[in-house]
Design a protein around this ligand. Structure first.
Ligand code: NAD
Length: 440
């Protein structure tokens, strides 16, 4: 048994930097070897991780596999399938004044030692999926799981060193003091997922070392439901997307905009959808999660009277249960509309028409995701052209982030930078410009 004191952040970073400088992480064989080991970790350690996710968030095993474990395995497989192709140098045309024999190209260089800081809501996926890109790019990685999902953090701190190269990959557990100490160190990239307030702390710390950052933040992701849509289909897809992980998903539909004529029928359809998915007593449904802690439970409880309860409204502090809730007739200035909800409460807000909906969205921070349910090509085209958001989903919430060939990230207040698939290679590498002119 190891009784030595835990390694200090400065020592961890120095140790990993020394490894990086030996060139060990650079060969593609090391990178793919680490990805295969990570895959084995997820396969063999999957049950441990699923149990930890259940302890932290009441996630069912099926949901833990679908949204965290298998999700990350898919990201690994996609990367293993395409890495050689993604890393291929790209030649660039050379101007005439350099002569016929000159050649130019770009090549992807690893950055060095990168820091990945993850939040609690998908505490395994949001630590490991960025690590896939960081390792595939040939970096050493310091991984900081969220202290608010303590069982998952402990499981990751146990599993990662058992499978990955401990000279190049380290998990540092802890909360604000530990993260603050880490952020004082010089990294070659910082990849942060979480809220914008801490995002600012991270960016300030990174500025000291001129370290580039990726900030995967959140905010209110709106939904627009047009008239003339099949509201049962809309409601089913909205309820599945919203109430997954008890609404604690960064790209969850935050609120719904629709016109006053459509609103009553949509409300009735949502009531039917919630009952079809979770029964009349969602507390007894094995597929329905819990709120992460008392602080978030109390915050969310305070939002339940921001409108007329169409369905749900119930809660139990002891089990951190808040029912899947739809609020109708919500005022645009109600408390539930002032901050990202990040819980199982879906407000319906009415706007007169499409122009007003576009204005409503553009008056607020640029969202991480925007969802549109419309049969009209013109409406879909106008929203795509006249609004800005990290991602845009027509007809299906959340799913765009499962497409590995799409960049996942925000814009403005919802974040900066992106990842997944080849976009992770862009994020975690330096694209080096090379010119070669023969001496002869
Ligand atoms: P959190 O409280 O777990 O914090 C995230 C990380 O920041 C943790 O690792 C934590 O230790 C660290 N941290 C907290 N305070 C800090 C400080 N003062 N200094 C340095 N580090 C600190 O998670 P959270 O922020 O509550 O996460 C929820 C938010 O994250 C929501 O806004 C959500 O939309 C967003 N989110 C975004 C994505 C995305 O991919 N864009 C994914 C999930 C969540």
């Amino acid at each position: 048994m190891n009784h030595s004191t835990p390694e200090q952040p400065a020592d961890v970073v120095a140790r990993l930097r020394a490894t990086f400088r030996t060139g060990r992480t650079r060969p593609v064989e090391w990178r793919t070897g680490q990805l295969r080991r990570l895959r084995e970790m997820l396969t063999e350690g999957g049950p441990d991780l699923a149990a930890a996710l259940h302890a932290d968030l009441g996630k069912s095993s099926a949901e833990a596999y679908r949204t965290e474990i298998d999700f990350t395995i898919r990201e690994i497989d996609h990367t293993l399938d395409h890495l050689d192709q993604w890393l291929r140098p790209e030649s660039a045309p050379v101007p005439a004044h350099l002569g016929d024999d000159a050649t130019a190209w770009t090549q992807y260089d690893p950055l060095g030692v990168v820091l990945v800081i993850a939040p609690w809501n998908y505490p395994a996926q949001l630590l490991l999926a960025p690590m896939v890109g960081a390792l595939a790019s040939g970096n050493a990685v310091v991984a900081k799981p969220s202290e608010l999902a303590p069982a998952t953090s402990a499981a990751l701190a146990r599993l990662v060193p058992a499978y990955l190269d401990t000279d190049a990959v380290a998990v540092v557990e802890g909360g604000v003091p530990e993260t603050t100490a880490l952020l004082a160190e010089r990294f070659d990239h910082i990849f942060y997922t979480g809220n914008g307030t801490v995002g600012r702390v991270v960016m300030r710390a990174a500025a000291e070392h001129l370290t580039p950052v990726t900030l995967e933040l959140g905010g209110k992701s709106p939904v627009f439901v047009d008239r003339g849509t099949d509201l049962d289909v809309v409601a089913d897809r909205l309820a599945r997307g919203k109430f997954l992980n008890a609404g604690q998903t960064c790209v969850a539909p935050d609120y719904v905009l629709t016109d006053p004529e459509t609103a009553p029928a949509l409300e009735r359809a949502l009531v039917r959808a919630v009952e079809a998915l979770f029964g009349t007593d969602p507390a007894a449904s094995a597929g329905y999660g819990r709120i992460v802690n008392e602080r978030h439970f109390d915050r969310l409880s305070g939002l339940l009277d921001s409108g007329r309860v169409a369905v749900g409204g119930g809660s139990d502090r002891t089990s951190k249960y808040i029912a899947p809730t739809v609020l109708a007739d919500v005022d645009p200035d109600a408390p539930v509309m002032r901050e990202e909800i990040f819980g199982p409460i879906l407000p319906l807000v009415t706007v007169p028409d499409l122009d007003a909906a576009i204005g409503f969205i553009n008056d607020r921070d640029k969202p991480l995701a925007l969802y549109v349910f419309s049969e009209s090509d013109d409406t879909r085209r106008r929203i795509a052209a006249e609004t800005s958001s990290g991602g845009l989903g027509h007809g299906l919430p959340l799913a765009h982030l499962t497409v590995s060939d799409l960049p996942f990230g925000g814009v403005g207040e919802s974040g900066t930078g992106s990842y997944h698939g080849r976009y992770s290679i862009e994020t975690f590498s330096h694209r080096k410009a090379v010119l070669e002119k023969p001496l002869g």
